[in-house]
Design a protein around this ligand. Structure first.
Ligand code: URA
Length: 447
């Protein structure tokens, strides 16, 4: 073993030198790197040096595809061969109030797709699906691979936390990127996202690349580069992959915070569109778009029109809600989604109203995400506890007309101090002006 470590170490040195000097890595080089990151045979200082070299001399698209496949192959790969096709996964680059998976996954499963998905926990202002699901009593996301496959075969949907053995090279490299200022390298981001999709067994992947203040792509240019790289590399790596760019300048939908987001997801699954408020309608529009796109690109619908009709019928008939019930029960939930009175509620609920009449010109996703984070809805560091009950309800969107005294935001806090904190800052996040402002389309660039 000592001898093997020594050999790996020499090989990694030569990989670092190749990268530093702008050379080209072969697939075998990248397999070596990924396996050494996964099995611990390369020390962190060598991996960190390679990461910085790759940051300064970015991998080409062909190298990124090889890097992606090498990381996907560094651990176990879910074998979905017994699960009915098509197999789909979706991924969001993360945003404020992004509860899309909670609606989209059961909706797609109810339309006949097999959705096998692994999700993560939230960090910072962007929430994580695993945290949101904790607001459903009894629900577990710790599921062994064999049980995941059984559940997917039976009901067409399973959502679990990342297993330790899935793309383990990414786990090691990601934690090193975090502390070496190399997270923002485009090829490294692409490899990290796609390797986990491939290891999770997906064939068709729909990516929701967020763009705006509440995401890590503040500009459209940045989001376009990421979306294009994900598609180019994903195709080279053998995935049927599509990336839409969607707006994250204002929060997605009404709710920010775990139990509040579950409540909104249930409403979108169960209520007709005209019974939803303006912000939830915008969220529903995104879900419809992504669902129809997925049906079309996975071959289940022959046209965009047919796909949208199927999606609408599946939502309005209650089939999507019934699938969601089946899903949560299969993962241990002990509650009924059609009566969500079990959702935890924060002790302090206070509404902030419009001081003047006019048109809403700003609802800043970043500031509202930061307020929700301070209230306890998210984590500042990996080990923070979250409070499932707290958060914000955003009742207006850019372009809405409001009258003086109309509720803009509802604060859900654990105490009066939290309410005061949010009240002091909401004025920086929401503006009302006297002239009309056009609404912001949810879809920035279709896939
Ligand atoms: N999400 C990931 O999984 N990896 C990255 O590098 C960035 C976002």
């Amino acid at each position: 073993m000592a001898r093997k470590k020594k050999e790996t170490s020499t090989d990694i040195r030569s990989l670092i030198a190749t990268r530093r000097d702008g050379g080209v890595h072969s697939r075998a080089d990248l397999d070596l790197l990924a396996n050494a990151a996964a099995d611990g045979s390369a020390p962190d200082y060598q991996l960190a040096a390679w990461l910085m070299a790759a940051y300064l001399k970015p991998l080409s698209d062909a190298e990124t595809a090889d890097f992606t496949l090498a990381m996907a192959g560094s651990g176990q790969r879910l074998d979905l061969s017994g699960v009915p096709r098509p197999w789909v996964d979706k991924h969001s680059t993360g945003g404020v109030g992004d509860k899309t998976t909670l609606v989209l996954a059961p909706l797609l499963a109810a339309c006949g797709l097999s959705v096998v998905k692994m999700s993560g926990r939230g960090l910072g202002i962007t929430g994580g699906t695993l945290d949101k699901l904790k607001a459903i009593p009894g629900m577990t996301t710790e599921i062994e691979p064999a049980a995941m496959i059984e559940q997917a075969k039976k009901i067409g949907i399973v959502l679990a936390g990342q297993t330790a053995d899935l793309a383990p090279a990414d786990k090691t490299l990601y934690s090193l990127r975090d502390v070496t200022e190399t997270v923002s390298s485009l090829p490294l981001i692409v490899g990290s996202i796609l390797s986990k999709k491939i290891a999770g067994g997906a064939e068709t992947v729909v990516l929701d690349v967020k763009c705006g203040s509440g995401s890590f792509n503040p500009t459209r240019e940045h989001a376009e580069k990421l979306a294009d790289a994900l598609v180019t590399v994903g195709k080279k790596a053998g995935l049927n992959v599509y990336a839409a760019i969607t707006d994250m300048e204002q929060p997605l939908g009404r709710s920010i915070g775990n139990a509040l987001e579950v409540q909104e997801a249930i409403e979108v699954l169960s209520k007709p569109e005209d019974q939803l408020g303006s912000t939830s309608k915008r969220f529903r529009e995104l879900v419809r778009y992504l669902a129809a796109l997925t049906l079309r690109v996975s071959g289940l619908s022959p046209s965009a029109g047919d796909a949208l009709e199927r999606v609408e019928a599946t939502l309005t008939s209650g089939r999507a809600l019934r699938k969601a019930q089946e899903w949560v029960e299969a993962q241990g939930a002990t509650v009924r989604l059609d009566d969500p009175s079990w959702l935890v509620r924060a002790p302090e609920i206070v509404t902030v109203n419009a001081a003047v009449s006019g048109c809403v010109s700003k609802v800043d996703a970043r500031i509202l995400g930061e307020i929700a984070l301070e209230l306890g809805a998210g984590r500042k560091t990996k080990d923070d506890e979250i409070d499932l009950s707290v958060g914000l309800e955003v009742l207006v969107k850019i372009g809405d007309f409001v009258t003086e005294g109309q509720p803009l935001i509802t604060i859900h806090a654990k105490d009066a101090k939290g309410v005061q904190f949010a009240q002091d800052r909401i004025g920086f996040a929401v503006s009302v002006v006297s002239t009309p402002v056009p609404p912001r389309p949810i879809l920035v660039r279709p896939a």
